[in-house]
Design a binder for this molecule. Structure first.
Ligand SMILES: [Zn+2]
Length: 72
């Protein structure tokens, strides 16, 4: 079931991911931005993807799921 506020795709927050936190980002339709409910990170889909790419390059662990938080 779709959740209000969630984007089509679940992007993880690059800022949190750098701290070993695997947080799904939410999507703000008005601003057309993704944002994180844990930290101050927000940005366009492009920003998120670029951030994730940066983290992946740095850690090489994109396939790993780290700490799973359940906010639902
Ligand atoms: Zn975050």
């Amino acid at each position: 079931m779709a959740q209000a506020g969630k984007g089509k795709l679940n992007y993880r927050c690059p800022s949190c991911f750098m701290r070993d936190l695997d947080i799904d980002m939410f999507y703000d339709k008005d601003k057309q931005e993704y944002y994180c409910i844990r930290c101050q990170f927000h940005g366009s889909e492009e920003d998120v993807l670029a951030g994730n790419e940066m983290v992946r390059t740095r850690y090489g662990a994109m396939h790993k799921r780290f700490t799973k938080f359940d906010f639902d």
